[in-house]
Design a protein around this ligand. Structure first.
Ligand SMILES: [Zn+2]
Ligand SMILES: [Zn+2]
Length: 247
């Protein structure tokens, strides 16, 4: 299934034009347009992009001037199924606020801002690489019904439109409802996610190289569980791209 550009749901489309004056929805002070995701250039300037050095496996940025590739303590103690994870920006400040309001308060007008951050890093990084498929991390159907949209799916659609790599949003299913994992330790999170994802019945992959997309990467427990399901179904490799990286 190939994605076209993601479209806003009707309830938003009808209101967006006159819902907001052209004011930044983060600081409420500077000018910002719908195309900019209602984030002004001053707020934008507080965004921290993930730059090297970072862990070659999970993308954790490292403060310092390491020049050789390294693997962080998190990756050494966890069994991760993806080959590498990268994030565009650090999950803090304006980015974290925009993501929270986007996800939990349906502030879909932040989407151009968040998708823009992702594309800014992914498009040059993926150029010349050979990936077959983009797959978003699925929400549990109950959660998707409550939220009315899957943020990972929408961000993945932007990535697909920008790179022409086909999107398949129905390949993976979240079969177990998992509550918020913020109070769990890393091993507990990994155990909590085990078996949370399966392939759609009958779906098989044939050595495809898959880009898994999510909004935020925290410990990698969720994306690793997805990668495990994709590899078991025949994927050759799974890498992960997210907008933001919790540190
Ligand atoms: Zn602002
Ligand atoms: Zn790592």
């Amino acid at each position: 299934m190939t994605a076209t550009a993601a479209s806003f749901p009707g309830w938003l489309e009808t209101g967006l034009g006159f819902l907001f004056p052209e004011i930044c929805q983060l600081c409420g002070e500077q000018r910002a347009t719908a195309k900019e995701g209602y984030v002004c250039s001053r707020c934008w300037s507080h965004v921290r992009f993930v730059k090297p050095p970072f862990c070659k496996r999970c993308g954790l940025p490292f403060e310092g001037d390491l020049t050789t590739p390294f693997e962080c303590a998190n990756c050494r103690e966890m069994e991760l199924h993806f080959s590498a994870a990268r994030s565009a920006v650090v999950a803090h400040g304006v980015v974290l606020e925009a993501i929270h309001r986007y996800k939990y308060q349906r502030a879909l007008w932040f989407e151009p801002f968040l998708a823009g951050l992702l594309l800014r890093e992914t498009v040059p990084a993926l150029r010349g690489q050979d990936w077959d498929l983009i797959v978003p991390v699925p929400l549990h159907p109950l959660k998707q019904r409550e939220r009315e949209f899957n943020q990972a799916e929408r961000l993945a659609a932007h990535l697909s439109a920008a790179t022409q790599i086909p999107l398949n949003k129905n390949l993976l299913r979240r079969v177990r409802f998992t509550n918020t994992q913020t109070r769990l330790t890393r091993p507990e999170r990994a155990a909590n996610m085990r078996g949370a994802f399966t392939m759609r019945p009958g779906a098989r992959l044939d050595e495809e190289r898959v880009i898994l997309v999510d909004d935020v990467f925290t410990t990698g427990a969720t994306t690793s569980a997805c990668a495990q399901a994709l590899l078991a179904a025949g994927a050759a490799e799974v890498c992960v791209w997210t907008v933001a990286r919790g540190i």
